[in-house]
Design a protein around this ligand. Structure first.
Ligand code: ADP
Ligand code: MG
Length: 601
């Protein structure tokens, strides 16, 4: 870029916000969310990326995605006329990006682990070659979002689609097959207006805009109602508080309650095609752990590296706050892109609180009118806008794709009344609340069954009826009721002592504890127990249900306690045993023998 491209200059700097002014207001204009580059006079090799947040005539405030140390008054600013965008195309899977889609590995290779300022690398490898097979012929009519051909990318067939922003109906004028890079022409389209457009394997999309919005407006794609569960293989979620394909869920919990462990389990085992992990503002150590763990893990279904279907977008607490915000939108756009191919995608954001805090800092620096706890007044709508981008779509070619979004929330002190948790609760239909008490007792996953809820269980009732049994949802409600009664009796016992509790109540309390221990709790670190198929969950649930709803005749409390303690031990062993293994058969036999050893009234 030459000095001729400089169209504005810096007139003020305040932390990571700069104010810029057009050099010639007669000639140009500034646009909200436009990307600009700052050229510090003292560092001629740097181009610092920034995004315009607010335009005031010939001036604008922009947030800088880098440290602003070294920026001086009068420094030149280049305008791009483009919104903050991601590059979409084959080669996204397996990447570790920062919030601005710079591949961290490529950056790290060139520049060491710590990224120097103002360095950017292409989001898609310009050298990689992809085998493109055309599915359209010359003369065929196509519209935005239609598939032109495919490219194998790891475990998936990547659809190359007509750029989503294109208007009009187009005719394929020229198309070729074979090996090509993301920058080489793959096809040429012609419009009745005479316009010609060359298409490559890659395209760009502005991250703050829902990718299918125009496709939906034009009726090329349609939104569908979520109707199937997204099986996480975690029993307390799938059976009690299910997440659906295309749904939105949140996992609030205090520090150390197990959010990251649970999210990683979900990322690893859920039945989706593509996972985008957004590590947002957490401590660098945790993020590095995820980045090093994932490539080593195997996808339990395909046996390939888990990284083959995963994209990590990572912003640690030591990176600039502005890119923390961008990382959430970048992750969402990547998921929307793969959904448009008819795939099931899942984004996991850990943690969305850090994103909200970034918004708060920026809003404070812009001196906007603050809302509750100094968060911006638009916190609610920003959070809603994020979770609303999840959903199920019928895409242009009739295939169905889903984008599921699960966000961790880390409220200070575990106080769920604070604004970020409350706004998130209003935006999602599944709340998996982690409790400090359960984590302290090492009841993992520490999801509290007495406060958590999922509206999706009713929404997918017909699916559950078909696959889990006619009275599934009613029996789950019955079990939640049992847990509540068990808790009430437990409280009473704490006040009145064991003698103050009737034998019948005592047995209810023991049954509730047993249900919790053997069904709700699940060992994340056991090879078998860490992940349980839905079919096996149903089998286990049926067994547990039969036991806790039997009216056993216990001679006394000691007999009741003894029975449930032994049952708990046997079921725990059963959960650790691979189905159909000799151990599995043995424990099943012992469970049956114990169950029939007590008289039923
Ligand atoms: P958070 O992200 O909520 O701060 P983490 O997920 O990092 O918490 O969990 C903190 C610690 O709790 C973990 O390092 C681990 O020792 C323990 N832990 C969390 N979840 C589990 C689990 N499912 N099974 C066993 N230990 C767990
Ligand atoms: Mg964590």
């Amino acid at each position: 870029m030459s000095a001729a491209d400089v169209t504005a200059s810096i007139v003020a700097v305040q932390e990571d916000i700069v104010r810029l002014r057009l050099t010639d207001p007669e000639k140009g204009r500034l646009m909200k969310n436009e990307v600009v580059y700052i050229r510090p006079a003292r560092e001629p090799n740097q181009r610092l990326k920034a995004e315009v947040l607010r335009v005031m005539g010939a001036e604008a405030d922009a947030q800088v995605y880098e440290s602003t140390v070294g920026i001086g008054l009068g420094d030149g600013v280049e305008q791009t006329g483009l919104l903050l965008s991601v590059r979409l195309g084959p080669g996204l899977l397996g990447q570790v990006y920062d919030g601005l889609q710079n591949p961290l590995e490529a950056l790290a290779q060139g520049h060491g682990v710590f990224l120097p300022k103002g360095v950017a690398a292409p989001g898609l490898d310009p050298q990689a070659r992809w085998a493109f097979s055309a599915t359209r012929k010359v003369g065929e009519r196509v519209r935005a979002g239609d598939t032109l051909g495919t490219v194998p990318e790891g475990p998936i067939l990547h659809k190359i689609m007509v750029p989503f922003a294109l208007d009009e109906d187009w005719t394929v004028d020229w198309i070729r097959e074979g090996s090509m890079t993301v920058d080489e022409p793959a096809a040429r389209l012609k419009a009745p207006s005479g316009a010609v457009r060359t298409v490559t394997l890659a395209q760009e999309w502005p991250v703050r805009r829902a990718l299918p919005r125009r496709l939906l407006d034009k009726g090329y794609s349609t939104r569908l109602y979520p109707s199937e569960p997204m099986v996480t293989t975690q029993r307390i979620i799938d059976a009690f508080f299910p997440v659906v394909q295309g749904g939105a869920a949140c996992i609030p919990g205090p520090f150390g309650a197990g959010k990251t462990v649970l999210l990683n389990l979900i990322a690893r085992h859920s039945d989706v095609d593509v996972v985008v992990l957004v590590a947002c503002g957490e401590r660098a150590g945790e993020v590095v752990e995820t980045i090093t763990d994932f490539p080593r893990l195997k996808d339990p279904k395909t046996g390939r590296s888990l990284m083959d279907r995963t994209i990590i977008v990572c912003n640690t607490s030591s990176m600039p706050v502005a890119s923390r915000e961008a990382s959430i939108y970048t992750g969402i756009t990547l998921c929307e892109y793969y959904r448009q191919m008819g795939l099931r995608t899942l984004m996991i954001a850990d943690s969305s609180s850090r994103w909200a805090q970034a918004m708060r800092e920026t809003s404070g620096r812009l001196e906007e009118i603050p809302g509750e706890e100094a968060f911006p007044a638009y916190l609610d709508s920003a959070i809603k806008g994020v979770y609303e981008r999840a959903g199920v779509l019928r895409t242009n070619d009739g295939s169905v794709g889903a984008f599921t979004l699960i966000g961790a929330v880390s409220p200070a002190g575990g106080n769920f009344e604070e604004p970020v948790t409350q706004s998130t609760l209003a935006a999602v239909k599944c709340f998996l609340g982690l409790s400090y008490d359960r984590a302290y007792k090492r009841f993992y996953p520490a999801i509290d069954p007495l406060t958590s809820w999922s509206r999706y269980r009713k929404q997918i009732e017909s699916w559950l009826t078909e696959h889990m049994g006619a009275d599934w949802s009613a029996r789950i409600d019955e079990m939640i009721d049992l847990l509540n009664r068990g808790e009430d009796i437990h409280r009473m016992e704490q006040v009145a002592g064991e003698d103050g509790v009737s034998l019948e109540d005592f047995a209810v309390m023991e049954a509730a504890k047993f249900l919790d221990m053997v069904f709700l709790q699940q060992d994340a670190f056991d090879a078998v127990d860490s992940s349980m198929s839905l079919a096996r969950q149903k089998q286990l649930f049926d067994q547990v249900y039969a036991i806790v709803t039997s009216r056993y005749h216990f001679a006394d409390k000691e007999a009741a306690r003894n029975f449930f303690t032994r049952m708990t031990g046997l079921f725990k062993n059963l959960n650790y045993a691979a189905p159909a293994s000799p151990d599995f058969e043995r424990f099943t036999g012992e469970i049956d023998a114990l169950a029939t050893s007590v008289a039923v009234t």
